[in-house]
Ligand binder design. Structure first.
Ligand code: ZN
Ligand code: ZN
Length: 191
């Protein structure tokens, strides 16, 4: 595993700017990987990360772990929480790391002498102890076959729109095989 400073240089390049989310995300990923026994997160194919927010920290987690949506090693769960779960698929060990609300307050208390909130948070998140920044839970994650990396296990066509559906994401309703859009989960309207 690289050092925090090394990852932060890489994170800034990957994300486009330096921000509190990069520091928290890098530290969250370093801690999560250590706790599931992966000292070299990018080596091998044992790591799956579930990220619960689509903000800055998600990019930092990608920087440290190399996990990506396109490789099916990064799973996005839209919970709006600065939290992520790190799963070692070989051992089954899984750790959920949650950023503590109290860390914002600690940044103000310990680094209030710095001019801006951003500087206070950057300094605090680089230097506070893991247990001041994060809460850690041991969890169990069941990874369905259809969520595994590798070639798609199945591909069918929606009987309403004709579009192809990979990986068992289809829904069966009243004798029809439907995509999730046609089954009512459409996020767009045709114009
Ligand atoms: Zn950012
Ligand atoms: Zn459809």
């Amino acid at each position: 595993m690289n050092s925090l400073d090394e990852y932060l240089i890489e994170a800034e390049r990957n994300h486009g700017h330096m921000c509190a989310g990069q520091v928290l995300g890098v530290r969250m990923a370093m801690l999560g990987c250590q706790l599931i026994g992966l000292e070299e997160p990018k080596v091998g194919k044992r790591l799956i990360v579930y990220v619960e927010i689509d903000r800055c920290a998600a990019d930092a987690i990608n920087t440290v772990t190399g996990c990506r949506l396109g490789k099916r090693t990064l799973k996005f769960r839209d919970f709006g929480k600065l939290a992520a779960t790190f799963l070692n698929t070989e051992s089954g060990a899984a750790i959920r790391v949650i950023a503590l609300e109290a860390a914002r307050e600690l940044a103000k208390i310990h680094f209030g002498h710095l001019a801006t909130k951003k500087e206070q948070q950057l300094a605090a998140y680089k230097s506070l102890a893991d247990d001041q920044l994060f809460h850690v839970q041991s969890v169990k994650v069941t990874l369905p076959e259809a969520d595994l990396p590798g070639h798609p296990k199945s591909r069918v066509a929606c009987e309403a729109c004709g579009e192809g559906i990979n990986d068992s994401r289809e829904i069966y309703r009243e004798g029809l095989t439907l995509c999730r859009g046609c089954a009512g989960e459409r996020y767009y309207e045709l114009v």
